[in-house]
Design a protein around this ligand. Structure first.
Ligand code: PMP
Length: 338
């Protein structure tokens, strides 16, 4: 009989697929590591599994304990699946700007979700940050993974994503391109690939214009899951050879092209990473193999990136010319003008 013990054993070993159409005119081979094949639909299943198993081994997470993490997205789904299979409870803390669809996904997997007001100062007792810290203190046997500082976040990629790519490309990978959020993917995967290739593999980060990684001040952008306004300790800057900054418009237009032209319904950070990968590939030859990691599926973005109305509000469907600025559109939306 061929079966898996549980959904946990399906984490990792995702496929590598050649991009054939958005790459027209390029000489290099561009391959996509499609992470939505993970059971929770994103790359974050990998870190959830390793962070939980390491905390079990160290005794930080005790049998029947509760996982508390401020997350609204992919990390929450990964943690919820691994936790339910291993008999832990999950409490996630989300700001109230998170869509009810995302909250309902976490609740569907059995997690408890505490929603906090966005419109209060970080010091306020009801703020997102304070509520998660208070829950960790008050819930017996609570444990907070903290993906931004947990070394098992990059380590999960060092031990899974990196070796998978080396094996799948038979050591022919020359460039690895990925978005940077916590920095776990780029540091762990890039670190392994540099080590095994003795420094030959080039590691390139893709970043939304405005984020600190590409020299910005943290000004608003709409691509989700990537870019930061601070430097997390999960990110090892020494691994990254180069950073490519990509606009929201370019990211989202490419995300839509990936669905239309490559059959890949993926999220906005995937479009962003592909734009960066194609810029890297432009200067390369036929022996080069560029791998770009696509973190999640497009299903969570149907009312945004895949909605013509939403795209038009921001001017993202226009070919050229003056774009409304993200900040201005957000202010207009908040003011009820749209
Ligand atoms: N894209 C999406 C959609 C994500 O959720 C994340 C994780 N925050 C990333 C990219 C970036 O991955 P990492 O945190 O490993 O840098």
């Amino acid at each position: 009989m061929h079966f898996h013990d549980s959904m946990i054993s399906l984490v990792g070993n995702t496929p590598l697929v050649r991009l054939n159409n958005v790459t027209k005119g390029l000489k290099a081979t561009v391959l996509a590591k499609v992470e939505y094949f993970n059971p929770g639909g994103s790359v974050k299943d990998r870190i959830a599994l390793r962070m939980i198993e390491a905390a079990e081994a160290s005794g930080e997470l005790r049998p029947g304990g509760t996982i508390v993490e401020p997350t609204s997205g992919n990390t929450g789904v990964g943690l919820a699946i691994v936790a339910q299979q291993k008999g832990y409870k999950c409490v996630f803390v989300c700001p109230d700007k998170v869509s009810t669809d995302k909250i309902n996904v976490l609740r569907a997997y059995g997690a408890e979700v505490v929603v906090c007001p966005t419109a209060v100062d970080p010091e306020h007792p009801d703020s997102y940050y304070n509520v998660s810290d208070r829950l960790v203190r008050e819930i017996p046997d609570a444990w907070k993974p903290d993906q931004y500082s947990n070394p098992n976040n990059p380590l999960s990629h060092y031990h899974s994503t990196g070796p998978e790519l080396w094996e799948q490309t038979e050591g022919k990978i020359t460039h690895f391109v990925t978005g940077i959020g916590t920095g776990g993917t780029i540091s762990g995967t890039g670190g392994y690939l540099k080590e095994v290739s003795e420094g030959r593999v080039k590691v390139v980060g893709a970043d939304p214009e405005g984020s600190v990684y590409s020299g910005g001040s943290g000004r608003p952008y709409l691509v989700e899951g990537v870019g930061e306004d601070f430097w997390p300790t999960a990110y090892d800057r020494n691994i990254t050879d180069d950073i490519v900054a990509v606009s929201d418009k370019d990211s989202f237009q490419m995300t839509r092209r990936l669905a239309k032209e490559e059959g890949l319904l993926v999220g906005g950070s995937c479009g962003m990473a592909v734009v960066a990968a194609l810029r890297v590939a432009e200067g390369l030859g036929p022996d080069d193999v560029v791998v770009v990691l696509l973190p999640d599926s497009g299903r969570g973005y149907m009312s945004k990136i895949f909605s013509d109305e939403w795209m038009n509000d921001y001017g993202f469907l226009e070919e050229a010319g003056d774009q409304p600025r993200v900040g201005d559109v957000l202010r207009r939306k908040e003011g009820g003008e749209l």
